[in-house]
Design a protein around this ligand. Structure first.
Ligand SMILES: Cc1cc2nc3c(=O)[nH]c(=O)nc-3n(C[C@H](O)[C@H](O)[C@H](O)COP(=O)(O)O)c2cc1C
Length: 183
């Protein structure tokens, strides 16, 4: 192939690379509730024509993190805290040179009971993101100000109620909208 023919192709590479960037939605979930919240967040992202990369934490690569335009992390509450698997995942994020600095970050959580850990888990994820220099945003409504959370096993709640899925979808929409404003 003639060299001059390669030039237009090489010029396209950054555009292709950019278009592959997505919003990473990752979660730890043993019985499926946190996964359902993650799916609703991905739906919100897609509704704004952004690409959601939906993965459980054990499938996330360093490249997924580095290429993500935003990172949204979800966790159940285990004894008032995120489970150790979630913390191990966050502790594995690349830190040298702070490559995640200035990426948008958001959190979501599910807990069995009302006010026995959902908010604590959201802020635990936020704190780690802030150490990486990420920019934290909450959900669309005041009821999701710290991120989307759900109660899965107390009072009228058994599994994921649609009211919580709406908050999750709203979080996805807000992250997607902010990315459009920033880029
Ligand atoms: C070991 C363990 C500890 C838990 N501790 C709490 C807790 O402190 N507070 C709470 O609200 N729910 C607690 N739960 C309930 C889970 O947070 C809840 O069922 C959650 O929705 C599970 O998410 P998943 O379906 O994505 O696995 C606990 C569950 C397990 C297995």
């Amino acid at each position: 192939m003639k060299k001059w023919l390669l030039l237009p192709i090489l010029a396209l590479i950054p555009i292709v690379g950019f278009s592959q960037e997505s919003i990473l939605v990752t979660y730890f979930s043993q019985s499926g509730s946190t996964r359902k919240m993650a799916e609703a967040i991905a739906e919100g992202i897609s509704s704004e024509n952004e690409v959601a990369l939906l993965k459980p934490i054990h499938e996330v690569s360093q490249d997924d993190l580095l290429q993500a335009k935003a990172i949204i992390v979800g966790s159940p509450v285990y004894n008032g805290n995120p489970p150790p698997e979630l913390l191990t995942f966050i502790n594995s994020w690349p830190f040298e040179g702070r490559p995640l600095k200035d990426k948008i970050g958001a959190a979501f959580s599910t807990g069995g009971g009302i006010s026995i850990g959902e908010e604590a888990v959201l802020h635990s994820i936020h704190r780690a993101m802030l150490i990486h220099g990420m920019l934290i945003i909450g959900g669309e409504e005041v009821e999701a100000a710290f991120g989307a959370s759900a109660v899965t096993d107390e009072g009228p709640f058994d599994g994921i109620d649609p009211i919580f899925l709406l908050k999750a979808k709203g979080l996805g929409v807000r992250v997607a909208l902010w990315l459009k404003k920033i880029h």
